[in-house]
Structures are given as C-alpha cells and as structure tokens.
Design a protein around this ligand. Structure first.
Ligand code: ADP
Ligand code: ZN
Ligand code: ZN
Length: 736
C-alpha cells in the first residue's frame, strides 16, 4: 500500500506530495494519520497522510517505507483535510502551513504528550477478606491500605504512599494483591472557574430568533441585536438543540479576553461537553482539550478565531459572536478570514452558521439586506433598559479653557458622581504604554525604533521605550539624541498615564488596568476581569480588550478618551471601525440597574459617524457608508488586494517589486475595466524589523476578484524567495 504524505517543512519549495509505502496489515496508517518518514539524506521528519492507495506510478524500489505512525487515532479527519485544501487555495499558502492550523503546535515534533499518573487498586481477583488472609497480622500498614482501597477504590499512588508508606504499597504490589497502573490525567484549563447554571426563560423575541435560525432554509443567519439584547442565550439554546440531535458545535468569540467568560457560561450549561481552545492555555491543557474534541468526549469547541479549525466531526452549528470584529481575520500567514472558513465548513457538513453583532460589518449587513443571509433583529435590551445616553465632550473647547489633562470637565464630574454613588466606571483608550511618542521640544526629533520606521512608545513601568511593531526595548533617554536638549515632551496619552492621572484626581479610587502589558501571564485577562466584576476595583482602564462582550452590572459610566483615534486612520474601514468601537464600548454601561452614561471625547464633534454612533443609529450609518463605498469603489463592491514585497536589501527589494509590478501590469491591462485602482509604492511603514517594504495596491471588482487574484498569485509567487518575501493579502485588516 502507498500513502500520500505532506511533510512538515516550511519552505514553499517543498509544497509537494511525497509517496511512502506501508504494509497492508499495518492498518494504523489511515487518512489523516501523523507519521514519521525518512526525508532527504538521512533525515526523519513528521508528516500527514492525505491519501491512501493501492498502486503508485513510481517504481516500487524508489519508494521509502513509513517509519512509524505517531498516534493510533488519525489526528486529522476527512473534513479537516478538505478544509486544508480550501485554506491553501484561499490563502495562497503551502499545504504544510495550512495543515499546521489544524494541529496544536506542541503536538508537532512530539513536544508534548498525554500526561499519565500512577494509580493503584485492589487486584481483580481479590476481595477485602481474601486479601486480608494473605497479609501477616503484623503488617498493619498493608492491612490498612487494603481496607482503604476496598472502600475508596482506585487511588493515586502518591496519595496512598503518603497515607500508608511507600514500602507497604510496594509489598502489596509484589504479592499481586494491588495493581499499579497508568491513568491519563487531563489538564483542565480554568478548573477554578465558578460555575452554576440557573436556567432562564427565553423571552418571546429570543424564542423567535431560535426558531427562525432552525427553520430557515438559509445557511447563514445574521443576528443584529443591540448590546444586552440577549444574543448569548439564543446561541446557547441553539447549541443545546444541536447537541441533543447528536451533532457538534463551534462557538467563536473575538478575543482571548472573552473566552473564559463565554466558556464559563457554556461549561455551566454543558459541563465537560465543551472544550476551550486558545493560545493563553498551557501547552498541556491545549493538547488535552484538543484531544477531547478529537476523540468525541467533548462536542462543543469554544475559542478565538483558531477554534474554527477544531477537530470536530458532524458539525451542526457554528456561531461567530461579534462577527464584525477585526480579530477574525488573521494577520500573519496563513492570512485567513475566519468567516470564509466558517462558511466553507458549514457548507461541507450541512451546518447552520450564525453571525451575531450589535454592529454588523458593512459586508455582512449588505448580504443580509439583499437576502443572501437571513436577518434577525433584536433591537431592545432584555431588561427593557434604554441604551446609555452618550454625551459628546468637545476637546477643542477644553484646550481653549486651559484643560490639558486627558479628561474633559464633563467626564471628571461624571466620574466623581459615579464613584460617590458606589458604582463602577470604565475608561477606554486604544493606546497602551505611558505616551505614544517622546518628542524633543527643541529640535522636534521623535525617537524611533532602530529596526522599524515607527516611533517608540514610552512605558513608565519598565522605564523603557518600546517598539509596538517589533517588540524591541530601548533604555529611556534623558536627553535628545539629535541635539542633546533635556526638554522632552510626551506626545499622545497611553493607559499607564491615564491610570496615573486618575489616581491623582481620585486618590481613594481603586484602579485596574487591562491592556496587552498587564495580561501577559496565563489567565491574566481572567484575573483582572474577575477582580473588577467582584467590585474589587472602582475604575477599569483599558484598550479595546475591554470594549466587547463583558457584562458588568455595576458599571454606570463609560469614558471614551479619544474617539477620533480610529477615525483618522487612512483605511476605508475607519468609519466602520469607529462606529463599532463606540457602540461596543458604550454598551458596557448601564446593563443592569441604573441607566448608564457615556462621555465621548473628541476633537471633531461634528463628524457624521460620531453623530450616528451617539444615537446608536446603525441604519443611517450603514446607508451612508454603503453609498460611500459604492461611489468610491471600496469593499464590499471591490476587494482590496495588496502584494507586499519586503527584504533586507532596499535596492534588491525595489528591483523585485518593479519586476513583479511590470509583470502584473499584463493582468491589469487585460482586465482594466475590472480594476478600480492599480499602483506601486513604498508601504506606509517603509521599514519593519529591518526589512524594507514596498507594495502594489489594487482594488478589483468583487465578482472577478478571486479569479484575478489567482492569476496575480501565479505571477508573483516565483519572486518569493529567501532574501525577498512576496505576500498576497486580500482585504487586509490594516495596510501598514
Ligand atoms: P448580548 O450578548 O446581546 O449583549 P447578553 O446575552 O449578554 O446580551 O444578555 C444581557 C443580559 O441579559 C445578561 O445579563 C443575561 O444574563 C440576561 N438575559 C439574557 N436572556 C435573558 C432572559 N431570557 N431572561 C432573563 N435575563 C436574560
Ligand atoms: Zn532635539
Ligand atoms: Zn521596531
């Protein structure tokens, strides 16, 4: 017999299928098995069997045999193999790198294995009395151990040894009275999560939503429900029905920060039937959770975007919560769009796909209004509470009045009132660190990263300058490196500084900060969020990771410090992002009890997007935005495609860019009416991690974009090499 194997090697040059042989009686080699195979001169590598067949076109003596099968159960299923093909084609990556999405990384190269623990029990052919007869009356400890085992049953060896002494247990084992054996110990994440499920009666609106999803003949349904409208209970009911029918389900949430919260709800309801997959788990936990899904012990997968690759079979439902969220598109290779993968997966296993959001992406909403998706609207909060009132604070006026602090006077007085009433507040700001930049007041020099063309952020806690792009850390300077001046200015406020200024203003307030820096540790997100929800703090300051999904009943005030930051991004989605962000953050306020308030600080209070966001007027926002996109030729009417070329040698990279660009021009000339834009230039960040960056940008009519992109990929992929990298990106999240 012969097996087609993809070897686990990164170079694109080996994106080939290799044939290996195996003996038929060795039935362990199956489709999807991980195997070890000989490769090249004397090397052994891991690979995945993607096909099994009886004949080969190659001469038999040329085909090497498989060395070993790594697990009895094939790691991949037929479905995941089909998905791999899809990812390969859609994301323009090799099979080997697509396959990696489906396996916990620690599993590859055998870095981690199941954890076994030694247990002991009374041997099968013994009862308490027959065992006691064989033990000397003087061997007290042995007698005690036997009676213990007779009552308690199998027990961990270390525990027994502690109670009765190691030698007693060894003696019993030698006599054959006690059996010692290995038992797999599952490493369970969030064991300490407190669960407790109180069933809720679904409202008429929720029931209607559930029925609609279940009875529609549409594959995909969009639930547009305001924050607090009870979407989660709708998902849970859908999942529970799917599980009851014997199928499996995948539940996706946008951020790692949100998974423990959703996991808690799922676990409370479904117990060990659900498994969590995310990068914040320990390697062992991730491995075990993955296998619980693969083996069918767990049938609900929950996690951030990568959980879409969960090793489940017979999927009946996929839920993508906060579907508009940017984190659903992966920004490193393979650059996949989670919703695309979810669509394929739903189609493949005839499952329903539910997308939910308070602020759907313009793309999804268009599809829902044109009938491609089903649309369910949940316009009211579950408890009938109104959405919080948003007040705009004009920061230009504040500056004129001499207020240079990050807080408007409106926010200050609201904060005071909120704290005095014993309530909690959230302050949102999408900039971590102390100050975004450090600028010399004499010569205007901005401190930059040595490896990237970006300014450095000052982090007071480390007293260091950090590059947020490559992670490099530099000593803080005391004088300008250009002119030697001692007068340095901090430009742009970050979360650290906000915390400092808040504690000056409110010395008695307990403040928590949540951003990437404070959530590095395992379960870091979880700790901060649970402290805040247990009211161990009064104010939570954070970046976008606090914006979404969290349900804190005591929060009655939300401050949005710089609503403009995302508005002036040079990206066609900046209006969409701003609207989404404001709605999401505002939605954290007044979810229970008192009506919430929001203070939104801006330098452009007249901006129409801000005006719409303040009124939660999604429909007006959508109508305006979609007409702008249509008129200017941006997605969803076109696809934004970028070929990014980067390399350490600027001249060489430029030459490759020009060659590739010239060749691409042919495709452009042949399809000129399908292109809305085509141009070649330096990337906005000209240098990153010591690599110079150039780009060819285009916008292609959506209907033909896939076809043309395939052509472009065929054109440019030969330029991708060791010294200069060429990448094709479709609707990238940011064009830095
Ligand atoms: P969304 O996900 O739409 O923002 P949630 O699902 O978080 O909203 O629901 C908001 C709040 O309403 C939560 O505290 C939830 O426990 C509560 N809730 C949801 N459905 C019901 C119901 N049928 N009865 C009572 N409370 C509910
Ligand atoms: Zn200077
Ligand atoms: Zn850098």
């Amino acid at each position: 017999m012969f097996a087609d194997v993809i070897v686990d090697i990164t170079h694109s040059e080996v994106d080939k299928i290799f044939e290996y042989s195996f003996v038929e009686t060795d039935c362990q080699v199956k489709l999807g098995s991980r195997v070890r195979v000989p490769f090249g001169a004397g090397k052994k590598v891991e690979g995945i069997v993607i096909g099994v067949k009886e004949t080969s076109i190659y001469p038999v003596e040329k085909i090497k045999p498989i060395i070993e099968v790594l697990e009895e159960t094939p790691a991949l299923t037929e479905e995941t193999l089909a998905l791999t093909d899809f990812v390969c084609k859609k994301c323009y990556v090799t099979k080997a790198s697509a396959l990696r999405l489906f396996l916990p990384s620690e599993m590859r190269k055998g870095k981690i294995k199941e954890k076994f623990v030694k247990y002991a029990c009374l041997a099968e052919n013994y009862t308490l009395s027959s065992a006691t007869e064989e033990i000397k009356k003087t061997a007290k400890k042995q007698l005690e151990a036997v009676s213990y085992l007779a009552v308690v049953g199998e027990t961990q060896l270390v525990e027994l040894a502690e109670k009765f002494g190691r030698s007693a247990i060894t003696a019993l084992a030698e006599k054959g009275i006690v059996n010692i054996f290995d038992k797999q110990q599952l490493r369970k994440p969030y064991e300490n999560i407190n669960t407790g499920y109180t069933p809720v009666q679904l409202t008429a609106k929720q029931l209607e939503a559930v029925k609609t999803v279940q009875s529609t003949d549409k594959r995909i349904t969009l639930i547009h429900g305001v924050t607090g409208s009870g979407k989660t209970e709708v998902y849970l009911k859908l999942i529970s029905d799917v599980i009851e029918s014997g199928k499996t389900a995948i539940m996706l949430v946008p951020e790692i920060a949100l998974t423990p919260q959703m996991f808690r709800q799922l676990r409370a309801r479904f117990g060990d039937l659900c498994a969590i997959l995310h990068s914040g788990l320990s390697a062992g936990e991730r491995f075990d959770e993955w296998w619980r899904l693969r083996s069918g012990d767990a049938r609900i997968a929950i996690g951030a975007r990568s959980a879409i690759f969960a090793p489940l079979e017979n999927v009946g439902l996929i839920v993508v919560d906060e579907e508009h969220d940017g984190s659903y598109s992966s920004e490193s290779n393979p650059r996949y769009d989670t919703i695309d993968v979810a669509k394929f997966r739903a189609e493949y296993s005839n499952a329903k796909l539910v997308l939910g959001s308070a602020t759907p992406s313009v793309d999804s909403y268009l599809k829902a209004t044109t009938g491609e998706y089903g649309l369910i609207k949940m316009p009211d909060r579950i408890n009938g509470k109104p959405l919080p009132r948003v007040e705009i604070a004009d920061m230009r006026g504040e500056i004129r009045r001499g207020n240079n602090s990050p807080f408007s006077s409106a926010l200050k007085s609201e904060l005071e009132a909120c704290l005095n009433a014993g309530n909690q507040a959230i302050i949102f700001l999408n900039q971590r660190g102390y100050s975004k930049t450090v600028v010399c007041t004499e010569c205007g020099h901005v401190v930059k990263c040595g490896a990237c063309d970006v300014s450095l952020t000052y982090h007071m806690e480390d007293n260091a300058l950090l590059c947020h792009y490559c992670g490099a850390k530099y000593k803080m300077i005391t004088s300008c490196v250009e002119c030697g001046s001692k007068f340095l200015r901090y430009g742009g406020t970050g979360t650290e500084r906000v915390v400092k200024e808040l504690s000056n203003l409110f010395p008695n307030a307990r403040i928590l900060r949540m951003d990437r820096d404070t959530t590095q540790s395992k379960e870091g997100h979880f700790k901060i969020l649970s402290e805040f929800s247990q009211k161990k703090a009064d104010i939570l300051v954070g970046t976008q990771m606090i914006a979404k999904g969290h349900d804190f009943p005591s929060v009655t005030l939300v401050g949005i410090l710089d609503a403009d930051a995302s508005l002036h991004f040079s990206d066609y989605r900046s209006a969409e992002r701003t609207f989404q962000l404001i709605t999401q953050v505002a939605g954290r306020s007044g979810r229970a009890g008192e009506t919430g308030k929001v203070v939104l600080q801006t330098y452009s209070p007249e901006n129409p997007v801000l005006r719409q966001a303040v009124r939660y007027d999604y429909t007006s926002f959508f109508n305006r935005e979609i007409s702008v996109r249509k008129a200017t030729g941006f997605p969803p009417y076109t696809k934004v495609v970028r070929v990014l070329i980067s390399g350490e040698d600027e001249q060489e990279t430029l030459e490759v860019t020009e060659k590739a660009y010239r060749e691409m021009q042919k495709t452009y000339a042949e399809n000129i009416d399908k292109f809305r834009f085509f141009g070649c230039m330096k990337a906005p960040i000209k240098r990153l991690q010591n690599k110079f960056r150039f780009q060819v940008l285009m916008r292609i009519e959506t209907e033909v974009a896939d076809l043309i992109c395939d052509k472009i990929y065929q054109t440019v992929k030969k330029y991708n090499g060791k010294r200069v990298g060429v990448y094709l990106e479709i609707n990238p999240n940011n064009l830095t």
